[in-house]
Design a protein around this ligand. Structure first.
Ligand code: B12
Ligand code: SF4
Length: 518
């Protein structure tokens, strides 16, 4: 039966971080819907008190519920909301898109609360699905889409990737930047200027969704769109979330020149690899700095050349981490690095090498920062082809992925005492040197003082590889419990020992995935 309804409701589950801003994936797939005359509502759990009731309210006259999620804690609220929706509106289709459904479409579609999955880019696919729903017919034949027919999964043929130049601009006007600013303390947005990455690091899922054909928007369009965005929404910062922004050196410099000419009134940051920063001269980097670039996030990943090789990251050596830190510091750009501990094959000595590199870089280049994670085996990453040999067991149903998170991963080769030791070491790394998160620092002054005070013993411990009886961390956590406001609920159980306001995640600076500081 054709429907008279013209409303599509999006739900964006919380991602356990205070670095809140508009979900770019949803803004991307919303544009074609808006252009085709559909009404779009976005309910983002991070900024919406009583988000579940709001979703249900909006669904009363809607065509469908569409959810965007990545693997991990976002699965929890997805399942929670979708299950209630299926109970109250059994006929209303629940559509899942984004990284998790793209990498695990079969298992995602098998969940009883899911009716349709969209694999890969969703701009065209979702519009076609919505049109089919409006016409009252099944999404048969729509490329990149899976759906259920009499309860059985049906997958249409895959959809070819579209280059970024052919994709429409994102519907930023649908975002409530005031609400994001209230949560985050900073007014910022994500922007994407290129797709894919030419590399294929063993732990990274990018190739599985976007392939390796790096393609980008022309410099002029980037200059125009970012400047307009910043002025229109009064943004302080634009985080360019490209997996590897510096693949085309000339384009990067052209963007910088254009922004300088325009007197761009905002800061921006990028993600890239150290080998590509090394191709730039200090004067190139100074130009980028003049254009507003304040931070470069690199996927350093390890201080051990042997481990970098195991990660299929031998395009980058520990030496290039130093050169990047040196050049960025000279240009006044903050160098940020992501590191992954416990990659398969990493030994105790490799881990020490990484810690020594971190300590050395931070001492030589004050302002340099490191964000660490524990290796997390994501489906769709090259290393997962060897999951069975490595003894990695993954959840058999969608719900199981909710506890899958790089900060906590327990691996067959890193469990019990060893896992606790690495976690404690990471805690000390977190306080040994200052790091600057996107979110405003709203910590109580006592917590902040405590953090600074334990920097000295933390550095001593890291230098001496001694993490027994971590009294400083206990004291810091106790101060946090007494003085800090409650943490976001989505991952509170697991995040109990984390300093949430200081957390930051990223893409090409892969902490496993892309380059995400954790
Ligand atoms: C920005 C970002 C973040 C930000 C999000 C900030 C925010 N306020 O939203 C922060 C920093 C919080 C973050 C955190 C993490 N992230 Co992150 N992040 C990204 C990044 C760099 C960009 C995402 C983005 O907006 N892209 C631009 C949009 C336009 O592209 P897109 O998301 O792919 O959307 C398209 C399709 O997927 C699809 N689509 C998306 N949503 C929907 C919805 C529907 C209904 C449909 C039909 C289609 C659809 O259509 C879109 C347009 O084509 C990606 C890397 C990347 N290249 O995308 C990693 C990435 C998504 N992150 C990843 C990871 C692993 C993490 C962390 C676990 C990292 C960590 N160390 O803690 C955490 C997890 C947080 C959580 N949710 O639990 C992985 C996810 C892998 C996976 N299997 O899911 C990625 C892919 C990085 C990587 N290369 O591996 N991340
Ligand atoms: S980790 Fe970074 S460099 Fe490696 S493939 Fe992924 S995006 Fe590219």
């Amino acid at each position: 039966m054709p429907s008279k309804r013209k409303k599509v409701v999006f739900f964006y589950p919380a991602f356990a971080s205070l670095e809140a801003t508009a979900p770019l994936g949803i803004l991307a797939v919303a544009t074609p819907l808006v252009r085709a005359g559909y009404q779009v509502r976005i309910i983002d759990s991070t900024i919406t008190p009583g988000f579940q009731a709001r979703v249900l309210e909006e669904l009363d006259d809607a065509l469908c519920l569409a959810v965007s999620l990545v693997t991990g804690p976002m699965v929890r609220e997805t399942v929670q909301v979708a299950a209630v929706v299926k109970r109250l509106y059994p006929e209303l289709p629940v559509i899942l898109g984004g990284w998790h459904p793209s990498l695990l479409p079969d298992q995602t579609l098998a969940a009883p609360c899911v009716d349709v999955v969209v694999k890969g880019q969703g701009e065209d696919a979702l519009l076609e699905v919505v049109r089919h729903l409006e016409a009252g017919v099944a999404p048969a034949g729509i490329e990149g889409v899976g759906y259920k027919e009499h309860g059985e999964p049906v997958f249409n043929v895959p959809r070819a990737l579209k280059p970024i130049r052919e994709l429409p601009p994102k519907a930023y006007h649908l975002a409530d930047f005031d609400a994001y600013e209230r949560v985050c303390g900073r007014r910022w947005a994500m922007y994407i200027s290129s797709l894919a990455c030419p590399y294929s690091c063993a732990y990274c899922t990018n190739e599985g969704v976007y392939g390796r054909q790096w393609n980008a928007l022309e410099a002029d369009r980037v200059i125009e769109e970012t400047t307009d965005l910043a002025l229109r929404y009064r943004l302080q910062l634009i985080w360019v979330v490209d997996d590897n922004f510096l693949v085309d050196r000339e384009r990067a410099l052209e963007i910088a020149e254009g922004l300088v000419r325009r007197g761009a009134p905002f800061e921006w940051s990028i993600q890239t690899t150290t080998n590509l920063v090394n191709r730039l001269s200090v004067s190139d980097l100074k130009l980028l700095r003049r254009s507003g670039l304040t931070q470069i996030c690199h996927g350093a990943e390890s201080g051990s050349a042997r481990v970098l090789k195991l990660m299929r990251k031998d395009f980058q050596t520990p030496g290039t981490i130093y050169t990047s830190a040196e050049k960025c510091s000279q240009a006044g750009i903050r160098p940020s690095f992501n590191v992954i501990f416990a990659f398969p094959g990493e030994g105790e000595e490799d881990r020490r090498e990484t810690v020594r590199l971190i300590m050395d870089v931070c001492r030589r280049y004050p302002g340099a920062e490191f964000w660490t994670n524990i290796f997390t085996p994501y489906p769709g990453s090259p290393i997962m082809r060897h999951a069975a040999e490595l003894g990695i067991r993954t959840p058999e149903a969608m719900e199981g992925w909710a506890d899958f998170f790089p900060r906590y991963t327990v691996l067959p080769w890193l469990n019990g005492h060893q896992h606790r030791r690495v976690q404690t070491m990471r805690e000390y790394l977190r306080v040994a040197f200052n790091r600057v998160p996107i979110a405003a620092d709203r910590r109580h002054h006592v917590t902040r003082m405590m953090h600074n005070a334990i920097g000295i013993p933390a550095r001593w411990r890291l230098d001496h590889d001694f993490y027994g009886f971590p009294i400083e961390i206990w004291l810091k956590n106790a101060a946090g419990r007494i003085f800090e406001p409650p943490k976001p609920c989505v991952d509170a159980r697991q995040l109990a020992t984390e300093v949430l306001p200081g957390q930051r995640a990223r893409a090409c600076v892969a902490t496993s995935p892309g380059h995400i500081p954790g």
